[in-house]
Design a protein around this ligand. Structure first.
Ligand code: ST9
Ligand code: ZN
Ligand code: ZN
Length: 340
């Protein structure tokens, strides 16, 4: 089996996009054995992406220098603000609301999260969620787009610099995306992504500091690129570092781990052993709901005003049973000082 069905809550198949009934059919599809052999993986580099990412990282380094030396304070605060908004578009939006359906949102919150998500430029929610549902279902196999068994670099950014493994595309067909494709807000974002994204991620964030507080173009542009690249790396660390380093209090048989440093940068998404064990929990963590999980605080706020509802979580009983059955014995050390 390519996934552990006991990590799914009863009746939560949509939470991870798992389609159990299709599995046999998909697995029966013939993938030539030579393609499946790790030693025979073909690496087809995508030079457009390599050049773009090298360029972005160089400008981002310059942006950091600018922020530390000559940018106006407001420009720096604005970059931090955009990092939080864009980050929430990924964590509270693409990840928890859409890829996992861990809670439901009314349309105004959906619109806010879609704008935030476009600001983060990590592909449309539909594309992001398809890759992410495939990642959960076929974790650490060749069908996982950022298979961490291929090393830190591949799972961090390398997977975006080459063509996907054929198994991602074949097995990815078993993922039901109808729920997101039928959502008019997401369908709109997906259809017009190439027109919307440059405005949300680059043009408007560069224009605002120039117009409202007379920042120079070079400062404004490079500080924003730093913000974008920082958000990208915070996200990618969940796929790389949080799949390699950390304790496994919930399931010692999987690679994803509890990584506090990643959680800090990724607005609460580094509790990855918990998340892969209970992917439908809207907190994506058991502990540290507010201290290291700004995304949960955000969702709780919108739940209070009624824009977020039907928040899914996991009972203490279920967690305790799982900890006893498959944990690595480190669960005790994580709950201390939790004030939630
Ligand atoms: C970026 C995404 O950075 C980062 C995602 C990270 C996820 C992290 C998750 C961790 C948990 C959450 C933590 C959040 C923390 C946030 C903290 C914030 C502070 N299933 O893709 P193509 C088929 S993006 C089924 O082109 P290639 C399909 O038919 C950065 N089928 O494959 C598809 O056609 P269509 C900016 C699939 O040619 C066709 O194949 N964006 C699947 O191999 C072609 O698809 C970029 O840089 C699937 N999963 O190219 C763009 N996938 O779509 C980067 C594919 O029409 N991407 N198919 O249905 C690319 O350039 C290309 O995708 C490629 C592969 C070169 C990488
Ligand atoms: Zn993962
Ligand atoms: Zn997930």
């Amino acid at each position: 089996n390519f996934y552990r069905s006991d990590t799914m809550a009863p009746n939560t198949t949509m939470a991870t996009g798992v389609l159990h009934e299709c599995d046999d059919e998909i697995q029966a599809q013939i993938i030539p054995p030579e393609v499946s052999k790790p030693s025979n993986r073909k690496l087809e580099l995508v030079w457009r992406n390599i050049i773009l990412f090298v360029y972005l990282h160089m400008v981002a380094l310059y942006g950091l220098y600018i922020i530390l030396t000559s940018a106006k304070l407001l420009t720096t605060f604005f970059a931090i603000f955009l990092y939080i908004c864009g980050g929430l578009g990924i964590t509270a939006g693409a990840h928890r609301l859409w890829a996992h359906r861990a809670y439901k949102a009314k349309w105004p919150l959906k619109v806010i999260l879609t704008i935030f998500n476009t600001l983060a430029f990590e592909n449309s929610v539909i594309e992001w969620s398809r890759d992410h549902r495939v990642h959960h279902k076929f974790s650490e196999t060749d069908a996982d787009p950022h298979n961490a068994k291929r090393g830190f670099f591949f799972s961090h950014v390398g997977w975006l610099l080459c063509r996907k493994h054929p198994e991602v595309k074949v097995k990815g067909k078993s993922i039901d995306m109808a729920d997101l494709e039928e959502d008019p807000i997401l369908a709109f974002q997906h259809k017009y992504y190439l027109a919307l994204m440059p405005f949300a991620c680059f043009i408007i964030p560069t224009f605002i500091p120039m117009y409202y507080w007379n920042e120079t173009f070079v400062n404004s542009f490079s500080a924003n690129i730093f913000r974008y690249v920082f958000t990208l790396n915070a996200t990618w660390l969940v796929n790389s570092a949080a799949h390699i380093y950390g304790h496994k209090p919930y399931d010692r048989f999987i690679n994803p781990a509890e990584n506090v440093s990643v959680s800090v940068f990724a607005l609460g998404e580094g509790w990855h052993n918990y998340h892969h064990t209970f992917p439908w929990d809207y907190k994506a963590a058991e502990f540290g709901k507010y201290s290291t999980n700004f995304s949960s605080m955000f969702i709780d706020f919108f739940a209070k005003i009624g824009w977020a509802y039907d928040l899914k979580t996991v009972s203490q009983d279920m967690i305790q049973k799982r900890v006893k059955r498959t944990g690595d014995g480190t669960h005790e050390i994580w709950g201390w000082g939790d004030k939630d």
